[in-house]
Design a protein around this ligand. Sequence first.
Ligand SMILES: CC(C)(COP(=O)(O)OP(=O)(O)OC[C@H]1O[C@@H](n2cnc3c(N)ncnc32)[C@H](O)[C@@H]1OP(=O)(O)O)[C@@H](O)C(=O)NCCC(=O)NCCS
Length: 100
Amino acid sequence: MKDLILISEENKELTGFALGLLITYADFTYGTIEELYVAPPFRKLGIASALIKEMIERLRTLGAESVIILTNDKNKSAIKLYNKLGFKRSTYAYIRRLQN
Ligand SMILES: CC(C)(COP(=O)(O)OP(=O)(O)OC[C@H]1O[C@@H](n2cnc3c(N)ncnc32)[C@H](O)[C@@H]1OP(=O)(O)O)[C@@H](O)C(=O)NCCC(=O)NCCS
């Protein structure tokens, strides 16, 4: 497993970041984007799109065959963003809640 951190900044101020992982499982290598955040004053300027595109290219270069991003069904802005960048919804996750 390898981690990748990308940041965006303007005038030395942090405006956003993305955290990715490269994972090899058996003979399948894939990437995940675990965290993605853009500071509110800098949203809707294309920063998240640029961070994801750059992350995808770095993961691809390292051998990833797919990239997975998880998000909440209610996060409409993230869902729109991911759809726009070519991600397709997949429903294979099983979750067991451990409290209540
Ligand atoms: C979701 C988030 C990362 C988007 O960052 P951003 O830099 O504003 O995104 P972009 O400017 O690259 O937006 C690209 C596209 O995403 C969609 N989008 C982004 N924000 C949106 C919003 N508030 N409402 C609707 N669509 C939105 C649009 O399709 C947009 O394209 P457009 O500007 O041509 O309409 C940002 O709002 C954020 O940090 N939110 C809180 C953390 C979060 O939810 N992270 C994702 C967790 S899975």
